[in-house]
Design a protein around this ligand. Structure first.
Ligand code: ADP
Ligand code: MG
Length: 732
């Protein structure tokens, strides 16, 4: 351990509890008034569409090239490059970088100076068209799943014009970030963004065609919309650095529960602590300057847990924004002497964190495809859209589970207060009843235009009044969107959205073929839509579950229904080795087979590495902290017992405690030796090794954590060398 951890826990406690909220002031405008959000919103972003330094003609040309999926002309890129350089330099930027999302799940950037020489050898600030459009980071330093040999190690980052550029500000300067996609020399995607963009570009036309077939002649294009709610924990910096497990693995590997956790349910929406609110205020300010539409902030269920949610945007932008949310959050929290924990389960036994990915689609007229229509004619279109999505979810439950897998989320999915690893959809009572009625041909007359007998335009009212919320479903319909709640708090949302978009595209394409055929046979739009709903829902009602997803009964019931339950990451990742499971991703042009293989290798390796780091950290902490704390207590007890014996006093408690501590030390030591031996074994078959980690080794580790917790409870505070859950969750 490199950090000086000898500072006593009580001194850390003093430090954490004596801090004041960090004062930060929003700057004043020219009139001496505090600036409003609308004054500074987006001031750190540059969008060619709104730049005054680019002519309307150029903007129009770029947009039409984008719409047609063509590359843009070099002189147009030059115009943007000049405008953005002038803007960035004026705002104090010295460097630019191609900002991308490699398969690590985070973001990467390679900085380059604007500084350059002109023909006369004079120093200038410049960004050329080609520098804007393409970069060439060494791909071999990023996970590539063994898909390329070193001579092909070149990778390219390509400017994504659909997401605004932005400035990152640090104490000593600013850097212009250019959102880019990252592909290999051979054109294989090595990032999160490329397949996401592909999936959006496939879903859009398929959904548009569906709308047109459903009678929406004005629909010309459809975009995917997303608003990602972000949950997180905040821990005082002093405690964070005193817990090597938090630093190395992002979660506590052990820790005894406090007497009050979340039983009283008083934290959710409760009063936000001053220091935290001070952080949130500065955090919101920074997000708004970055053009990220942060909207809500509140406490979450667990003590020390919070949430932010933005106003939804186009999915690709939402995905970039969420990455920026995570980095900005960390940066600002640290200024407030707090550390953000984005791990899905930082504290065992306490609520985990997720990322609720609210997802929908909307067309060029502003129509939200998941908005129950206020016009009766649109009710069937709405119901058919829901049926398409549920069918997609049902058919592709395994790949969707795969897309949200990861070592962290394994602790959360299926734990007592998180959506289970069984993928199902929640529709709510009303919708459920409507679908059942349709299936049973009840009170529906598909021959007239006013097909829904529930009353002319009552569907939207019915659903609006249908306020029941289900917090236990991994994929819940929430009025006018689906909420993919099983996504982990640390995940890049791009990947799960890609798989979801692709799954839905696949069914849209089939639905369109069906509708065309039925309409061709002379059926009315309503008849055709109704037929479609029956066909899709008939197959997929089994994936609809409106009950308590946390209950044991659901696991049994789901298995009876034949729904897959992939409990661990290695199990879920196996989906990527089964052609039948992932073929829709290839069929719809989202991934090549090799790209699936790449991802499988990377994610599996990542899982193994994360667990190995956890195991090694655990062994280390047991020997550095837990056992030494126990031994110190033991020696005090031993001296007491000895002394008391000399004077003929009784030592019943002391002897008992001494024995208990001794036994626990031996137990935890033996377990840690077993684990150590396992780690040094031969692990050539990665899939098998990962599966063994997920089952056997994780069981060993859970037992070890249990013994550590018992020791923590036996040892008095004064001897225990690590901050406890009490400190990390309650003191700030
Ligand atoms: P709640 O689900 O808690 O009631 P909201 O309805 O405000 O909260 O929505 C939560 C998130 O869903 C917000 O980020 C919001 O912007 C997003 N959202 C709302 N409508 C849509 C939509 N049509 N598509 C995608 N996300 C949406
Ligand atoms: Mg919500």
């Amino acid at each position: 351990m490199t950090t000086d951890l000898r500072e006593s826990v009580s001194s850390l406690r003093n430090r954490a509890t004596s801090r004041n909220p960090r004062k930060f002031t929003i700057p004043l405008d020219n009139m001496g008034q505090t600036k409003k959000v609308s004054d500074y919103y987006g001031e750190l972003t540059f969008d060619f569409k709104t730049s005054e330094d680019i002519s309307d003609a150029v903007k129009k040309e770029i947009i039409s090239a984008l719409d047609a999926g063509r590359g843009i002309k070099k002189e147009h890129a030059e115009a943007v490059a000049n405008a953005v350089t002038a803007w960035a330099v004026k705002n104090g930027a010295t460097h630019f970088c191609h900002w991308f999302q490699p398969l690590t799940g985070g973001t990467a950037e390679k900085h380059d100076a604007f500084f350059s020489f002109n023909k006369e050898g004079k120093a200038i600030e410049r960004l050329s068209a080609s520098q804007l459009m393409q970069g060439e980071p060494d791909a071999s330093s990023f996970p590539n799943g063994g898909s390329r040999s070193t001579f092909e190690a070149r990778g390219y980052t390509t400017w994504d014009l659909t997401s605004p550029m932005f400035l990152i500000e640090t104490v000593n300067g600013k850097t212009l970030c250019i959102p880019t996609a990252f592909v290999s020399y051979l054109g294989e995607s090595l990032d999160i963004k490329t397949p996401l963009l592909k999936s959006i570009s496939k879903l859009g036309p398929a959904a548009t065609k569906f709308l047109q077939l459903a009678g929406h002649k004005d629909s010309k294009s459809v975009i995917v919309t997303c608003g990602a709610e972000q949950e997180y924990f905040l821990v005082d910096k002093a405690f964070y650095y005193a817990r090597p497990d938090l630093v190395m693995t992002g979660r506590t590997l052990f820790g005894a529960l406090t007497t009050r956790n979340q039983q009283l349910e008083d934290h959710y929406f409760g009063l936000i602590p001053d220091r935290v609110l001070a952080f949130m205020q500065e955090f919101d300010y920074e997000l708004h300057r970055l053009g990220i539409p942060s909207k809500t902030r509140h406490n979450e269920v667990a003590p020390g847990q919070f949430e932010m949610a933005p106003i939804f945007t186009e999915a690709n932008v939402a995905s970039d924004n969420n990455q920026m949310v995570m980095t900005t959050m960390r940066r600002i929290a640290e200024k407030h002497e707090m550390m953000v924990l984005l791990h899905e389960k930082p504290f065992a036994g306490i609520n985990g964190s997720g990322k609720h990915v609210n997802w929908s689609m909307s067309d060029n007229t502003g129509l939200n495809l998941l908005e129950p229509g206020s016009e009766p004619q649109s009710n069937l279109r709405f119901l058919a859209t829901v049926a398409i999505i549920v069918n997609a979810l049902d058919r592709n439950a395994k790949p969707l589970r795969m897309a949200i897998s990861g070592a962290g989320n394994d602790h959360r999915l299926g734990a007592n207060e998180a959506p289970p690893s069984i993928i199902s959809a929640y529709l709510g009572d009303t919708l459920d009843k409507i679908f059942h009625a349709i299936m049973e041909d009840k009170s529906f007359t598909p021959t007239t235009n006013n097909v829904i007998n529930l009353g002319t335009n009552q569907l939207s009212h019915l659903l609006k009044d249908n306020t029941d919320r289900n917090r236990t479903s991994p994929f819940a319909f929430t009025g006018n969107k689906f909420e993919f709640r099983a996504v982990g708090s640390s995940h890049a949302i791009g990947f799960p959205m890609t798989v979801l978009n692709a799954a839905v595209t696949d069914v849209f394409v089939e639905a369109n073929t069906y509708l065309e055929a039925e309409l061709g046979k002379g059926q009315t739009v309503d008849q055709a839509l109704l037929g479609l709903i029956k066909k899709l829902m008939g197959d997929s009602l089994k994936a609809v579950f409106n009950g308590d997803g946390y209950s044991k009964e659901w696991v049994t019931e789901a298995s009876r229904r034949g729904l897959p339950n992939l409990r661990t990451t290695p199990e879920a990742l196996k989906t990527m080795t089964n052609k039948e499971d992932y073929s829709f991703l290839v069929r719809n042009g989202i991934f090549h087979e090799t790209e699936i293989e790449t991802r499988y290798n990377i994610l599996l390796e990542r899982y193994i590495k994360i667990r190995e780091i956890e195991f090694e950290t655990m062994i280390d902490m047991i020997h550095q902290f837990v056992i030494p704390s126990a031994l110190e207590y033991k020696s005090v007890l031993a001296n007491l017992i000895k002394g008391q014996k000399e004077i003929g006093g009784a030592s019943n408690f002391e002897l008992d405690a001494y024995k208990k501590v001794s036994t626990k030390i031996d137990e935890v030591h033996a377990l840690s030796q077993t684990l150590h031996k396992e780690l040094s074994g031969d692990h050539t078959d990665h899939q098998k090794y990962a599966e063994r980690i997920a089952t056997e080794l994780m069981t060993t580790v859970t037992t070890m954590a249990g013994v550590c917790n018992e020791l923590e409870e036996l040892i008095p505070n004064q001897f225990y060398m690590l901050p406890k859950y009490y400190d990390m969750l309650f003191l700030r």
